[in-house]
Design a protein around this ligand. Structure first.
Ligand SMILES: [Zn+2]
Length: 500
């Protein structure tokens, strides 16, 4: 597989240090609020990279941190009249919930900064001993100019940075150099604080990632990931701290996803042009959100758009309708004795190439858009085969369905059973409204619809068509679509924004 490496500024063949095992780290959330759809893109990118590496047979050891001590958490606590700890706990749980709504798999390790304080102190002491850090009144700073490679990840030059820093902020007379950044911050009264050799204080943001990566995955990572907005200063500082301490590379591949734009600007909480990820999932569905992102290469910037999400939603729906159709047909398949027709042979030969085509796209720097193109082509060709070749060998349809399921897995798409999918949508929505009660109601709604469909069937059997049609029309108004098929009536939820 080839991956673009921010450090070398080119695509390189990815081979992990240890055969068969990938050590990957990606920066996690600061838990002061729910995460936005822009944050979701980063979490999703590394979820798909991880899933795909597993699909290829690697064992993936994946660490993502939780920043549960930071200025914004403390501020939020002050605003809400609760402790920083309560805020962090609440939004850590919210992070887990929203992650699940997006179908993102939990990492192998999920350390929290506050659990790592002793290791952070030890790491800073190591930097002090090596002359890469200094203490001023309880604060500890990293001595940037002492680390000769500073700027190698972001491509920034020290003199430009120094000129920029002096123009932007009043120089702090306590720092040796305006470029130096905090490893440890002395506690202000009332703030959460831990004992350290330099007095009561708390860790800086950059240091926690260096420590957690080392503590869970060892000195050198195969992949370090995050959004492009983290390259400078966060990742540059992580790299400097770790490499200054160990003398070894922090990561072999630095992989960064592009940003999400809204109204011509980067989507950001501070600009107010954001939407929460959970609200977008509630409106368009989990798989539509995943498809929306995966239709664009992960390194390119992308515009957030409800219109594009609605299109993704319709595309997901079309694939499920296709799966429903061919799985129903495939299940009927009789064993055929006669030899395959030329059209069947051709289709069978095509099916045998699909997986390799899919992998070829994914291996090209995780080209998910190209891989989805392979899947959509599979749907198109199977439909054509189904319509133009009759009677046909139904085992070929079954194979096409299996391929969609199999190749959808690394993308986190097309894994639901059609019936279960309706239930997920219902209870997913209910969970967003409130708590357990609504979830029970949502579970019952499905049974109630089944009951109405059954009653309508009995009315039709008795010739009471007027009443049966009224039930169908009312359900349709409520967004529940009935389809009479051989062997019974099926129903499904008509998703918002989709034409009837
Ligand atoms: Zn980080």
């Amino acid at each position: 597989m080839r991956l673009y490496n921010t450090l070398t500024r080119r695509e390189e063949e990815f081979v992990p240090q240890e055969a068969g095992v990938v050590r990957m780290y990606a920066c996690g959330p600061t838990v002061h609020d729910r995460f936005t759809i822009a944050n979701a893109r980063a979490f999703l990118t590394f979820d798909v990279l991880r899933r795909y590496l597993e699909f290829k047979g690697y064992k993936v050891l994946y660490t993502q941190n939780i920043t549960d001590i930071e200025d914004r958490i403390i501020k939020k606590g002050e605003a809400l009249g609760s402790s920083a700890q309560e805020v962090a706990e609440r939004y850590t749980q919210a992070f887990f919930e929203d992650r699940e709504l997006l179908g993102i798999l939990p990492p192998t390790y999920q350390p929290r900064a506050t659990e790592m304080v002793p290791k952070i102190i030890e790491f800073i002491q190591g930097l002090l001993e090596r002359g890469f850090a200094y203490v001023v009144d309880g604060d500890v700073y990293f001595r940037v100019r002492r680390f000769k490679d500073y700027g190698k990840l972001s491509g920034k030059n020290l003199e430009e940075l120094a000129a920029g820093a002096s123009g932007r902020v009043e120089p702090d007379p306590r720092k040796e150099d305006p470029l130096d950044f905090a490893l440890w911050k002395v506690a202000k009264p009332g703030e959460p604080a831990w004992d350290s050799p330099w007095g009561k204080g708390r860790p800086g943001w950059h240091i926690e990632c260096s420590v957690m990566a080392q503590a869970t995955l060892g000195t050198t990572l195969d992949i370090h990931g995050g959004g492009q907005d983290l390259i400078f200063p966060h990742h540059e500082n992580e790299l400097a701290q770790s490499e200054a301490l160990t003398g070894r590379p922090l990561a072999r591949f630095w992989v960064h996803n592009g940003l999400v734009m809204a109204g011509g600007q980067e989507m950001h909480k501070s600009l107010g042009n954001f939407e929460y990820a959970r609200d977008v999932v509630a409106r368009h569905g989990r798989e539509a959100v995943r498809l929306f992102f995966l239709l664009r290469h992960y390194r390119k910037p992308m515009d957030f758009s409800h219109k594009a999400l609605a299109e993704a939603q319709a595309a997901v729906e079309r694939v499920y309708n296709f799966l429903e159709e061919i799985e129903a047909q495939g299940a009927l398949a009789p064993t055929r004795a006669e030899p395959r027709s030329p059209a069947e042979q051709e289709f069978s030969a095509y099916l045998a190439t699909v997986r390799a085509e899919f992998e070829r796209e994914m291996d090209a720097d995780l080209n998910t858009a190209g891989a989805l193109g392979v899947l959509f082509e599979l749907v198109r060709r199977t439909n054509t085969f189904m319509q133009e070749t009759a009677p046909h060998d139904r085992s070929l349809l079954r194979r096409a369905g299996e391929l969609i399921r199999e190749l959808g897995r690394p993308l986190g798409l097309f894994q639901e059973e059609p019936k279960v999918r309706a239930k997920v949508t219902l209870s997913g929505r209910a969970r967003i409204i409130a708590g357990a009660e609504e979830e029970i109601i949502a579970g019952n709604v499905e049974e109630l619809i089944n009951l109405l469909v059954e009653v309508r069937g009995e009315l039709r059997a008795k010739g009471e068509f007027a009443l049966a049609d009224r039930i169908r029309a009312r359900l349709n108004e409520l967004g529940i679509e009935l389809r009479d098929k051989e062997g019974g009536t099926r129903w499904r939820l008509r998703l918002k924004g989709k034409e009837q």
